[in-house]
Structure formats: C-alpha cells, structure tokens
Design a protein around this ligand. Structure first.
Ligand code: G3H
Ligand code: 13P
Ligand code: NA
Ligand code: ZN
Length: 328
C-alpha cells in the first residue's frame, strides 16, 4: 500500500531502524528494490529526481511505482519526490499522487545557488502548509551537501551547489536546525555532514574530519523528535568499481560512505538514507561483465536481468544493515 513518509519514519523511530530511499528511473531499479523488500520483509521508499522525471517522464515513474504497489500489496511504499526546487514543483508532484515531497530550499530554483536561511524557511514552510493539507509529508534540507575534503558540491549535472562551499555551509548547525524545524514543521530534515552526491565523495576512506557523524549526534541531541535524512549515502562498493574497471570501465580511485558509519547515524536519529549511485555502479558493472563474457548475446533482457540481480543484492544488504528488514 502507498503510505506517507511520516507514517513510515515514525515507525522507524519507534523501533530504531533506518530506511534506505532508493532513486528510481526505470523498471529494472523498481523490480530490484521490490524484490529485495519482498525477500527481507522491508518497507520501501522510492524517490524520483528531476533527472528521473526528465528521463522516464513523471507518468511512467508514477505508474511504475503504482505497479509495484499492485504486485506487492503487502509492502508499504512511499512515493517520494527527491530535491524539489520550488513549492510549485512540489505542488505538481502532490497533484500527481506522490505521498511525500522534498522541498530543497538550501539551493535556489536552479538547483545550484546556495540560498539564505530566510528564503529556505519561507519556501519550506509554504510547501509544508500545502502538502499537509493533502496528507503529504515534507522533507526539508538545511546546509549544503559538499565535500569537507575539497569544498566541492559533487556531481555537476545533478543537484548540487555550483562552485566552492565554505566549511560552515557544509555542516548543519544544531541550533539553526531546531529553529528551522520549529518554523517550518517539516516531517524530516536532511542535514549536511560532509557527504555529496555521486561516486566521487572522498579521495580516501573517510575519517571523522571529512565525514562528520558527530554532527548527527549533536543535531539529534538538540532535536531528538525530528527524523534526520542523510543524502549522498552511497557506499561506493570497491568490488563493483573493480568489476567495472576489469571489463572496460575507467573509474578512478574513490570512496563513499561506509555502511557502518550510516548504521552509527541510525543510532542517532537518521531514519531515511538516500542511495542512488550504488545501484548505478552495480547495474553498470553487471552489464559490462555480462556483455564482455557473452559477446554474441543481443537480447537486452539477458543483460538487464543481470543488472536487476546486482541491484537487488545491494538493496538486500542495505535493508539488513539498516534494520529495515522485518518491518514491512
Ligand atoms: O539527487 C541526486 C540523485 O542521485 C539523483 O540524480 O538528478 O542524476 O537523477 P539525477
Ligand atoms: P548518492 O549519490 O550517494 O547515491 O546519493 C543519492 C541522493 O542523495 C539522492 O537524493
Ligand atoms: Na529526498
Ligand atoms: Zn540528495
């Protein structure tokens, strides 16, 4: 059944688990996520980015998600709009039937320019008023995603600040977070702790100076009843990088957010964990490997089935590690 984000995250908080929120762009990702949820008895959050809407079209995405609900009626599913850039964008998603929206007022309508605090409060508060009247949940974001190592926001074509960010912009302040939640009444708050979108998060396995798990603890202490969201939470599995590079890829050395650090965050109020890149890497690795070993094969279903299996196994691992399993 389709459920609201609030309903699911309240349950996650009560029972102390986290829920991975996987980005979805196509049938294969949707199947991988649902098969993993079915196998592990996990509730599901699927989210559509602006890039996904551009690629597949909002009606296709919506019906993919509704098809998942129809085929797996026993699994609770949140249909979430990722990184909305204005109240108008969120309103359109609500009209389409999304049960949750993100109003990312940390960046302007271009999805690139960092905004000031008053702007963020204003657009988020307005979105919450509109969404709550329709029974839809809202995620806000305070602070900008960006690498504490380099000051870069991460991938250029996705959502991310343009140019360099300051250390302060990349770490959500606990006092400001408390004021933001009070003024906007968001259901969940995305925080900045040094992660960024995409595969290039860290040039070395992250330590506390570049991945600020302690900041989560400080924020959670100040606002214990707020559901926290970690963006840019792919772990960038080294084994998939190796497979991609073994079969013709050229991805430079790079590191993501270790699963055990996310699990530490979940102990301190993180309830939603955004993951996109890991499924992209697994999909690409599986397809490269299959095609390299089956050079006469040309039925897309053959290599796409490999992609589904690889993505499904990542989803299963995250559902188990985050304690989501068994809570559907
Ligand atoms: O927000 C970041 C997600 O990874 C979505 O990326 O805009 O390329 O679909 P995208
Ligand atoms: P990754 O790029 O780390 O998978 O993060 C995805 C995300 O935060 C989507 O909003
Ligand atoms: Na989101
Ligand atoms: Zn994000």
């Amino acid at each position: 059944a389709l459920v609201s984000m609030r309903q699911l995250l309240d349950h996650a908080a009560e029972f102390g688990y986290g829920v991975p929120a996987f980005n979805v762009n196509n049938l294969e990702q949707m199947r991988a996520i649902m098969e993993a949820a079915d196998k592990t008895d996990s509730p599901v959050i699927v989210q559509a980015s602006a890039g996904a809407r551009k690629y597949a079209g909002a009606p296709f995405l919506r019906h993919l998600i509704l098809a998942a609900v129809e085929e797996f009626p026993h699994i609770p599913v949140v249909m979430h709009q990722d990184h909305g850039t204005s109240p108008a964008v969120c309103q359109r998603s609500i009209q389409l039937g999304f049960s949750s929206v993100m109003m990312d007022g940390s960046l302007g309508e271009d999805g690139k320019t960092p905004t000031d605090y008053e702007y963020n409060v204003d657009v988020t508060r307005r979105t919450v008023e509109m969404a709550h009247a329709c029974g839809v949940s809202v995620e806000g974001e305070l602070g900008c995603l960006g690498s504490l190592e380099t000051g870069e926001a991460g991938e250029e074509d996705g959502i991310g600040a343009a140019g360099k960010l300051t250390h302060d912009q990349m770490l959500t302040d606990p006092e400001e977070a408390a004021d933001f939640v009070k003024k906007t009444k968001v259901d969940a708050l995305a925080i900045a702790i040094g992660t960024s979108h995409g595969a290039y998060k860290f040039t070395r396995p992250p330590t506390g100076d570049i991945l600020a798990i302690d900041q989560i603890k400080a924020i959670h202490q100040r606002i214990p009843d707020t559901h926290l969201v970690m963006h840019g939470s792919s772990s960038v599995p080294q084994e998939w990088l190796a497979i991609i590079n073994e079969f013709g890829g050229e991805i430079p050395e790079t590191y993501g957010v270790p699963v055990e650090e996310i699990v530490e965050g979940i102990k301190h109020g993180v309830r939603k964990v955004n993951i996109d890149t890991d499924l992209r890497l697994a999909s690409t690795g599986a397809i490269r490997r299959f095609l390299a070993g089956n050079t006469a094969e040309f039925d897309p279903r053959k290599y796409l089935a490999e992609s589904v299996t690889a993505m499904r196994d990542i989803c299963i691992a995250r559902y188990e590690a985050f304690g989501t399993a068994g809570n559907a």
